[in-house]
Design a protein around this ligand. Structure first.
Ligand code: CA
Length: 403
């Protein structure tokens, strides 16, 4: 197992080229002995920072190298003036420089050799060095700043091998298909026209956009849903699941695999549309604008993130020509939602009710929680934007499905 103790690398981002923002990724690894030592602590923490002037996000991965835990708390001390403003997949509290992250309801079980991921966003003014003094349930993971580090910050590989041969678990963990309101691999579709649990729909008006069951491109098996989306307002082409999602929740989780042919355009497009009873049936939509993924609320045209360069930079482009795992959660009891692309939570597509500059100013203008009632997959453009895209292995339920 190759585990660098400390590595530093630059992340190239479109908005760094604009010179507006400095972005760096700091990957800080604290490796500790798995066994054979009285001080064996049973945890390894990877803290990966994406920072810009005045702000940062951090992805934190805990690898449990001791016995399984039922409920966990990770604590650390910030050496700079960082201040956590929001978090996902954990409840994070801060007192002065001391920070504690406690498990969320769905990720408290941490198996021996297992991993759990969470993330946070914060602000800083003068300095934001990565923390090194992690403790898990009160036991140091090593690298405590109050004593000599257990491993020197060199490129020398650690002398012990953490038991990390277990594949990382996804976050949130998988749900059983049987619990889901929609669990679709499209393998039982017999004709080219979507049938059974799916039906074609063009919510506003229909042009040359089309949708069909495809037997040549699939993520699983031999079938998927193909959409030929075209530019122009009247080319809406969607396939709707017949399942009523009105009672799915309180958090509605969606997992799908998508494959796009063309990069998301500068103009606004949507490829997931969910009628939302809290908007009188108008849609909660996922699509793109300025080349990056975004949420859009039809009733007031609010976007998440804000379409500023920094906001767009906090979202992600959607790779083309490969299957991508897209997951999102919509809280129907609070105005909160989260979005993951290939298991990475996208900071610009995260809303938790706490204002975040360049992300959610428009989004927070509406405080009524969304209530999606159905799922539509397809293509909707409002100007330019052609794309041929596929959907497969779609799960909608009250508990999360993994990738
Ligand atoms: Ca399939």
């Amino acid at each position: 197992m190759h585990t660098p103790i400390l590595s530093l690398r630059s992340l190239r981002r479109p908005w760094t080229a604009a010179g507006a923002v400095l972005a760096m990724a700091l990957a800080f690894f604290v490796a500790v002995p798995a066994n054979g030592s009285a001080m064996a602590s049973g945890c390894q923490v990877t803290y990966t920072v994406n920072e810009w002037t005045g702000g940062y996000t951090a992805q934190v991965r805990i690898t449990r190298t001791g016995p399984a835990l039922s409920g966990w708390q990770l604590a650390w001390t910030y050496g700079g003036d960082q201040h956590v403003t929001s978090a996902w997949n954990a409840t994070v509290t801060q007192t002065g420089h001391s920070v504690t992250a406690a498990n969320a309801a769905w990720n408290g079980e941490l198996a021996g050799g297992g991993t759990v991921d969470f993330g946070l966003q914060g602000t800083w003014q003068s300095a934001d060095p990565a923390p090194a003094d992690f403790t898990l349930n009160g036991v140091s993971c090593g690298g405590d700043g109050t004593s000599p580090p257990t491993t020197p910050p060199t490129t020398t590989p650690p002398t012990t091998t953490p038991p990390t041969t277990t594949p990382p678990t996804t976050t949130p963990p998988s749900a059983e298909c049987g619990d889901a309101a929609v669990c679709e691999d499209f393998e039982d579709q017999t004709g080219p026209a979507p049938a059974g649990d799916w039906r074609f729909t063009a919510p506003d008006c229909q042009g040359t956009g089309a949708a069909a069951v495809d037997t040549e491109v699939a993520h699983s098996g031999t079938r998927s849903l193909r959409v030929d989306g075209h530019a122009g307002y009247c080319n809406h082409a969607f396939v709707a699941a017949t399942a009523d999602l009105s009672s799915v929740g309180p958090v509605l989780y969606v997992r799908m695999w998508v494959r796009h042919t063309t990069a998301l355009p500068a103009a606004h497009v949507a490829f997931v549309s969910m009628p939302d009873s809290s908007q009188g049936g108008k849609a909660l939509r996922i699509g793109g604008q300025n080349g990056a993924l975004q949420w859009n609320r039809e009733s007031d045209d609010a976007t998440l993130p804000a379409q500023s360069p920094v906001g767009v930079g906090l979202s992600r482009s959607l790779p083309t020509g490969t299957w991508q795992c897209l997951r999102f959660s919509v809280d129907t009891s609070a105005p909160a939602l989260d979005t993951w692309l290939d298991d990475e939570l996208v900071p610009g597509l995260h809303a938790d009710g706490v204002p975040t500059q360049d992300v959610d100013a428009q989004w927070l203008s509406r405080t009524t929680p969304p209530r999606p009632t159905a799922l539509r997959l397809g293509w909707e453009s409002y100007g330019t934007g052609d794309d041929t895209l596929w959907f497969d292995d779609v799960v909608v339920g009250s508990s999360p499905a993994g990738c």
